[in-house]
Design a protein around this ligand. Structure first.
Ligand SMILES: [Zn+2]
Length: 334
């Protein structure tokens, strides 16, 4: 469906609530989230939130509504804000851009963005590729942006390098503010993207075991960490000998994915290495649902956000932690 048919709904508060109501109860019976009783009756509306339906539970003698215990619970902003924010997030806008377009505070939009990204990542935590997979690696500059306690400047113990780090030759490392990103691209269409500390044999073996089913066919370049992999049918092309494809053996899809990932990350004007797994997870979601338009992707995210079980975990950022197989978050906290 074209985006216009969704945008139209944003102007009408009743339609917005009807949409959220359908999305919330589409796959589950209308029931009380406290006592799971389905013996509920309509119980009017809120004067300060027109359109939001309220229900009375005969089981526990209390009321609830369509938004209770979801990610949108007790938000002061109307549903149109949330739907538009999710839509803009799927168009890969930064949180500052969303704040500007919506007219909310940057801290509000930053919080919403991470909650919504976590909800999106709930679709990606168990993804494993099979069949023929291509892999490639990339090093991306990511520092301590926004990690100062209480805001403001953080004493780095070194000179500020500016956003454009002139990186040293050789492979990057998490401790040198240049963590590795490994992309696994299935020729059947799905992708898995991981942020890792480094590119050693142990890391790549662990990354492969998380990303692929054992026994999958794997095509890579000639990096020694790939050649040491165990448990896969592996073949590689030798870029130093100017060999980029040998029949079926190539990794052009993985390289193409990086050509999309780099401009996606440019939008944020510098990243924190703590947030790197989250950005990778959300980009993975966008790629895996790339045949749907931004409003359909936003609908998937909102559907997850309206599930109380997912919402409570998304608020705590637990889905990003699930993707962090390489203890990047743990290292950053210490
Ligand atoms: Zn109840």
């Amino acid at each position: 469906m074209p985006v216009l048919s969704y945008v139209y709904e944003l102007f009408n508060i009743d339609q917005c609530h009807a949409y959220i109501h359908t999305l919330r109860w589409k796959d589950r019976p209308l029931q009380c989230h406290r006592c799971q009783s389905q013996d509920v009756d309509p119980w009017g509306q809120y004067h300060y939130r027109p359109g939001c339906k309220r229900y009375w539970c005969h089981g526990c003698q209390r009321t609830f509504n369509d938004l209770t215990h979801t990610l949108l619970h007790q938000s002061k902003r109307s549903l149109a804000y949330w739907r538009l924010a999710t839509f803009l997030l799927c168009l890969s806008c930064s949180s500052r851009r969303i704040a500007r377009e919506l007219g909310v505070h940057t801290r509000t939009s930053y919080r919403w963005c991470w909650w919504l990204r976590n909800s999106a990542i709930s679709y990606e935590t168990d993804r494993q590729l099979a069949g023929t997979v291509e892999a490639d690696d990339l090093y991306h500059t990511a520092g301590n942006k926004g990690q100062a306690q209480g805001g403001g400047k953080k004493s780095l113990g070194r000179r500020a390098r500016g956003r454009r780090k002139k990186h040293e030759p050789g492979r990057g490392h998490y401790d040198k503010d240049r963590p590795a990103i490994i992309a696994w691209v299935s020729r059947q269409g799905a992708v898995v993207i991981q942020a890792t500390r480094d590119f050693t044999v142990q890391t790549v073996q662990k990354a492969a075991d998380v990303a692929m089913h054992a026994g999958s066919r794997l095509y890579t370049d000639s990096a020694s960490s790939y050649r040491a992999l165990k448990g896969y049918i592996h073949d590689y092309v030798n870029h130093t000998k100017k060999e980029y494809a040998r029949g079926e053996v190539h990794e052009n899809r993985a390289e193409c994915l990086f050509s999309l990932l780099k401009p996606y990350l440019r939008v944020f004007r510098g990243l924190s290495k703590i947030n790197l797994p989250g950005y990778m997870g959300f980009f993975q979601f966008l790629r895996n649902f790339r045949y749907q338009n931004a409003f359909e992707q936003a609908e998937l995210i909102l559907q997850a956000a309206l599930d109380p079980a997912i919402a409570s975990r998304a608020r705590r950022g637990e889905f990003v932690k699930c993707l962090d197989h390489f203890d990047l978050l743990q290292t950053a906290i210490n």
